[in-house]
Design a protein around this ligand. Structure first.
Ligand SMILES: C[S@@+](CC[C@H](N)C(=O)[O-])C[C@H]1O[C@@H](n2cnc3c(N)ncnc32)[C@H](O)[C@@H]1O
Length: 183
């Protein structure tokens, strides 16, 4: 929990009161509910109707909206001042395409705030378990990203990385802030 609280604080530090924020892969909405009071509007989306049902059942302020949407569809609702993607970018089928959409859905100067699992960097014996866990339905289909590969994908999509940190002990799960440059 201290790591999660620190990540919330680092995210809040990037946001301003009038911001229009999109969150993709919001899960059960805890982060949206905590951070929405600090911005103008927070559109929290997830392609799982069950996740969104649970999120909607929680008490939340009036400026947060939960919607069922695939990341690509949600991104077409831009432009946004900030886009949050916590623990979801390693799950999208087309990471370069999704990063390109995120870039284009931000106002110039707007920021992607993300936490990403770089599974290629977990120990080999742990990775060897992934196919077994997947067969058991306990592990999703996920990109095997390296931290370098992630940084390169962000730069190729047109972002400049302005912050990279690790909260907690999981070095393979960095928090990044990446800005769409102003012209
Ligand atoms: C590991 S959970 C993370 C939830 C939350 N962001 C967190 O950090 O606790 C990943 C979430 O992303 C959603 N998801 C995965 N792929 C998605 C996609 N292409 N579009 C929208 N949501 C997606 C899943 O349904 C799930 O709720």
């Amino acid at each position: 929990m201290p790591a999660y609280e620190a990540m919330l604080a680092a995210t809040a530090a990037q946001l301003t009161p009038g911001d229009r924020v999109l969150e993709i892969g919001c899960g059960t909405g805890g982060t949206a509910i905590r951070l929405a009071p600090q911005v103008g509007t927070w559109l929290a989306t997830d392609f799982s109707a069950e996740m969104v049902r649970i999120a909607r059942a929680k008490p939340a302020g009036g400026n947060v909206t939960f919607e069922v949407a695939d990341a690509a569809d949600a991104l077409r609702r831009g432009p946004f001042d900030a886009i949050c993607a916590f623990n979801v970018l390693h799950l999208v089928e087309d990471l370069p395409g999704t990063l390109g959409l995120i870039h284009d859905s931000l106002h110039p100067g707007g920021q992607l705030i993300a936490r990403v699992w770089c599974f290629a960097e977990v120990p080999a014996w742990v990775r060897a378990l992934f196919p077994v866990l997947r067969l058991l339905g306990l592990f999703p289909v996920a990109q095997m990203l390296t931290a370098d590969g992630l940084r390169q994908a962000l730069r190729t999509a047109g972002f400049e990385i302005v912050e990279e940190r690790v909260f907690g002990t999981r070095l393979q799960n960095p928090f990044l802030v990446a800005r769409r440059p102003r012209p």
